[in-house]
Design a protein around this ligand. Structure first.
Ligand code: C2E
Ligand code: MG
Ligand code: MG
Ligand code: MG
Length: 290
């Protein structure tokens, strides 16, 4: 009877499963084409130094500008790209284009900023990843000190030895490493202090948490970063209150809608130029007043 049920279930599921498989194949095909046809776009979100209010960096965040579906956010295709392996060519595209854009802005005479690029597990653990990154830097002409790679705690935990060796290779090139979404993964503090990490990014869930626990966790991560000699950035800062709290507790830098949403390269440049102007106007006004 169980056997019969099993068979019936199989029969019942087969059509929808093959339908799903078809859909996945179609999505994979579309995404592959998207990479080839340059349908991917990078948006940039500024990072602000809390000590002087200056823009100190930007995070590159990919979107898929699909002719069919419009601007598709990354969480709708990155996890799938990771599953089917397309994250490797997609990640190559992101890395190369983020470096090109960063170098382009430097060549335009804008103040040199660091660009942060998200690296997924599969991408990080591919063979010769460090050589690939080095080749991209050489090809684009971007100095290694302007590149930051964001990995998550789980990436480092997955294959400790290999991750440590690779991170050492990358930092030897002069690249910096950030731990993204910190506090949401399986944080192994004993591992963290062994890794050559420059920055910890406090996950936005703690910043947006209105309960006292959220604030407490944010404070703890700031002091943890201090004691590990790491720089600390808060993600998802949306309000003045959050800004003041983080400044008061000596968080190094922030990123969030309060400053700017992620925007296209064109919009980022306009926004950055306007901000530079208003800062220099403020300084001039100040000098005149004195
Ligand atoms: P993430 O790396 O943690 O990036 C920060 C996400 O938080 C971005 O979402 C950003 O738009 C959003 N965010 C920034 N400030 C605020 C805020 O004040 N409030 C709120 N509610 N959200 C804020 P986005 O662009 O949708 O990206 C989502 C995730 O997709 C990223 O999270 C990252 O894990 C992944 N991702 C994006 N681009 C890439 C990429 O090129 N490669 C890989 N592997 N993953 C990527
Ligand atoms: Mg990130
Ligand atoms: Mg991330
Ligand atoms: Mg994050």
């Amino acid at each position: 009877r169980a056997k019969e049920q099993g068979r019936n279930q199989m029969e019942a599921y087969q059509p929808s499963m093959s339908h799903m498989a078809d859909e996945r194949l179609a999505l994979e095909r579309n995404l592959r084409k998207a990479i080839e046809r340059d349908e991917l776009v990078l948006y940039y979100q500024p990072q602000i130094d809390l000590t002087d209010g200056r823009v100190c960096g930007m995070e590159a965040l990919v979107r898929w500008n699909s002719p069919e579906h419009g601007m598709v956010p990354p969480l709708q295709f990155i996890p799938f790209a990771e599953e089917c392996g397309l994250i490797v060519p997609l990640g190559d595209w992101v890395l190369r284009n983020a470096c090109l854009q960063c170098k382009h802005w430097q060549d335009q005479g804008l103040p040199a900023l660091k660009v942060a690029v998200n690296i997924s597990t599969l991408q990080f653990h591919q063979l010769h990843f460090a050589d690939k990154v080095q080749a991209v830097l050489e090809e684009t002409g971007l100095e290694a000190k302007y590149l930051c790679l964001e990995i998550t705690e789980s990436v480092a935990i997955q294959n400790e030895e290999q991750a440590l060796a690779l991170l050492n290779q990358l930092t030897a090139l002069g690249i910096s490493i950030a731990i993204d979404d910190f506090g949401t993964g399986f944080s192994s503090l004993s591992l963290l202090h062994k890794l050559p990490v420059h920055q910890i990014k406090i996950d936005k869930s703690f910043i947006g948490d209105k309960s006292p626990q959220g604030a407490q966790i944010a404070k703890s991560i700031i002091s943890l970063s201090r004691s590990l000699n790491m720089n600390v950035l808060a993600e998802g800062v949306e309000t003045e209150e959050q800004y003041d709290f983080l400044a008061q507790h000596k968080c190094d830098s922030i990123q969030g809608y309060l400053i700017s949403r992620p925007v296209s390269a064109y919009e980022f440049e306009q926004w950055h130029r306007a901000r530079l102007n208003s800062i220099s106007n403020q300084k001039r006004d100040f000098a005149v007043q004195r």
